[in-house]
Ligand binder design. Sequence first.
Ligand code: PLP
Length: 405
Amino acid sequence: MHTAERVRRIKPSPSTAAAQRVRELKSQGLTIHDLTVGEPDFDTPDHVKAAAVRAIEAGETKYTPVNGTPALRAAITAKLRARHGLEYTDAQITVGGGAKQVIFLALMATLDEGDEVVVPAPYWVSYPDMVRANDGTPVIVDCPESDGFKLTPSRLRAALTDRTRWLVLNTPGNPTGAAYTPGELRALAEVLLDHPHIRVLTDEIYDEIWYDDGAGLSLAAVEPRLADRVFLTNGVSKTYAMTGWRIGYGVGPADLVTAVNTLQSQISSCPSSVSQAAAAAALTGPQDFVRDTVEVYRARRDTTVKLIDEIPQLSCTTPGGGFYLLVNCRAAIGQFTPAGDRIGTDEDFARHLLDREQVAVIHGSAYGAPGYFRISFATSTEVLTEACARIAAACAELTSSERPS
Ligand code: PLP
């Protein structure tokens, strides 16, 4: 079979591949302590499910407008007004099959061959390949742990060229949990104001899962002069435990939204009508689910950070949002397993955890973070505690020199 060049340029998402590997091992009867999961372990709230059932019974089972139902668009507008004080007209909103699809379509709508997209690393695995699939060139900007894994104005400035079309800004971030403060966003905005040809794609999918005071802020709200250049993307997957419903949205410049809608009209016509009814109920209904789950995540985060920090070869920066922890395992690299194998990379380290202790994590290189691995704490405290004990055991058996046989 002939496969198009754009497909050969990209690879399946490493997190999807890791999840598949865990499923295979489980189906072989193995007990896997799975810390790869990129979705809440909670069930979708009952009132959201009830809204979906009502939609089915009311016959809301047909195509909807390409850019989403009026009810969902109104719910999105109300959320952005209440949370960020941002105002959007109907022509500035599009709804798609997950934030992932909306981001992909925005890139598809704007990139020509050779156009550059600045992607701060560590990054969500999909950004670089989404750029490549759409003929663009990802410009990866390393954001070290010493900077809190955050993009600084000087690093941003150094990455910009005449071909830069987008900066992708994910806050709170996957896989780091790094959450930009208003001051940090303002400093980046100062650079962007000097470069009017660049748009910013903000990925705010974890915006409600935020542990510090001052609530997750949006670049468009922090710097209103950038508002007509920001394409803000978000969705209901993480906040409301609705990953399988596949609803995400994007708001921003009307010309871009029109282009995204044109693509969507040819790709999927519209997202699922029933899921849209559910998403509208999630956004407009009671929000105690969000408050309660954030408190659960916070407790899990604190437990996991403490357990990881007790392991001599490992350390981590406490995440400000999201439900991931990027763990520094550089001290283990160069060490040897009892079998005499050298841990040469973070991928070797992740394999060692799986082989010796049946703990599944995702190696940092998948996120542009060699020397790290990602833990998801969207799983029970028992699983986290057991997995951390096993990670400690796997580290304890590593030695600095090959044991004589
Ligand atoms: N953006 C980030 C940073 C994510 O981590 C994810 C999911 O893992 C998504 C977007 C995709 O969200 P959705 O389920 O709305 O497509």
